[in-house]
Write a protein that binds this ligand. Structure first.
Ligand code: FAD
Length: 345
């Protein structure tokens, strides 16, 4: 008998299924649309920390998840033989003005404690580093905690690792499972909101682009003016993302993406007229609380839910997998209060 059936082959469902499989459970992942058909089929993959200040349990748990990521993805790659495109390649952020410089220096101090001396947040002089992005103050922040991943390939790597451990990925459910998990992203948030007659969350559309431009395959990602510029291992470069609450076509791209690409070329002149090789859009599952929504499913009797990855679903996936496997397989509930379904009620 299958012990765990997961509905939804996005990064949440696959990561949890993988964690369960590596603990010895027989798992089945069911998605009528295939692997990475939703938000997880994207191209950006910035695994970036919260700023090191005003610490709280939510920031701590994201920090721990980012720390876990290196080992998590290495084991996925080694088990299934597919490369998720993970590297802890760091991040550069131009500092835009004097106030930003003072703040960045203060955060360099708090990072030493909050990041436990294992990663740095440093203010660096642009004259002393190779940066593809100019800074108006001449100073940038470099952090060594940020990493990148290739979202779509990471999902394929998870599916391959699950299969290698004897699990199955299907488009239709087969046998009766002991445990059921719903990790169906924006679709479930909409269904929950409708069934419960209250806002439980919604899909927030994002558009992104991939350019043929090799900034250096392990070069740090860039973050400026809310724009992510992420070099991938295959010599492509992702630019993301728009954030849209009103839209007609959840997966279509339009002039908002053109504007984003133009802004990236302006901020990062070395991009020049590098060709756009892919345009992509998807719906980020945003729970009402804006945090992951984990635990017992509020509507499906006896089932569990893992949703609300919103803008950092890939960054949170290793920790979400651990918390949900602990809960479902071992009855150990270590879910922080801010991640519970009740935080959305
Ligand atoms: C433009 C953009 C940029 C992003 N950038 C980043 C980033 O840089 N870093 C980061 O960490 N995160 C990023 N995210 C967020 C991240 O992609 C999401 O948080 C994450 O993919 C959510 O994963 P999920 O598995 O919960 O949902 P999804 O990937 O949406 O998966 C849900 C799955 O459920 C399936 N499904 C639906 N209904 C059913 C059903 N009835 N039965 C079975 N299956 C069903 C769907 O087919 C889908 O495959 C970005 C998102 C977007 C849109």
């Amino acid at each position: 008998m299958v012990e765990l059936r997961v509905f939804g082959a996005g990064v949440f469902g696959l990561s949890i299924a993988w964690e369960a499989a590596r603990r010895g459970a027989r798992v089945e992942v069911v998605d009528p649309f295939g692997v990475a058909a939703g938000a997880s089929g994207g191209i950006v993959g910035a695994l970036a920390p919260h700023v090191p200040e005003n610490w709280n349990p939510k920031k701590q748990i994201q920090f721990e998840s980012l720390e876990m990521a290196e080992g998590f993805w290495a084991e996925v790659a080694a088990t299934g033989g597919s490369d998720p495109g993970y590297a802890r390649s760091g991040r550069l952020q131009p500092i835009l003005d004097d106030a930003g410089l003072a703040l960045a220096r203060a955060r360099a101090v708090t990072a030493q404690t909050l990041w436990q001396g294992r990663y740095h947040w440093r203010v660096v002089d642009q004259a002393e580093i190779a940066t593809p992005i100019p800074s108006p103050t001449g100073w940038l922040i470099h952090d060594s905690l940020s990493a990148r991943i290739h979202p779509r390939r990471a999902c394929i790597a998870l599916a391959d690792a699950i299969t290698a451990r004897g699990g199955s990925i299907m488009t239709e459910a087969s046998q009766t499972p002991a445990i059921t998990l719903w990790a169906t992203g924006a679709a479930d948030l909409a269904a929950l909101s409708q069934a419960m007659g209250r806002n439980m969350g919604q899909g927030v559309k994002g558009q992104a682009a991939l350019l043929a431009h090799d900034l250096g395959r392990d070069a740090p990602q860039l973050f400026v003016d809310a724009l992510h510029i992420v070099p991938h291992a295959d010599g492509t470069l992702a630019i993301g993302s728009t954030s849209e609450n009103d839209f007609n076509n959840p997966t279509g791209t339009d002039e908002q993406l053109d504007a984003l690409i133009a802004r990236a070329r302006l901020l990062c002149p070395v991009l020049g007229d590098a060709p756009v090789i892919a345009r992509w859009a998807g719906l980020r599952p945003r729970a009402r609380s804006r945090a992951p929504m984990l635990g017992v499913h509020p509507l499906a009797p006896g089932a569990f839910i893992a949703n609300g990855g919103f803008k950092i679903g890939f960054g949170m996936a290793p920790m979400v997998a651990r918390l949900m496997a602990d809960l479902m397989l071992e009855g150990r509930d270590a879910i922080p209060d801010s991640f519970r379904v009740a935080a959305n009620l």
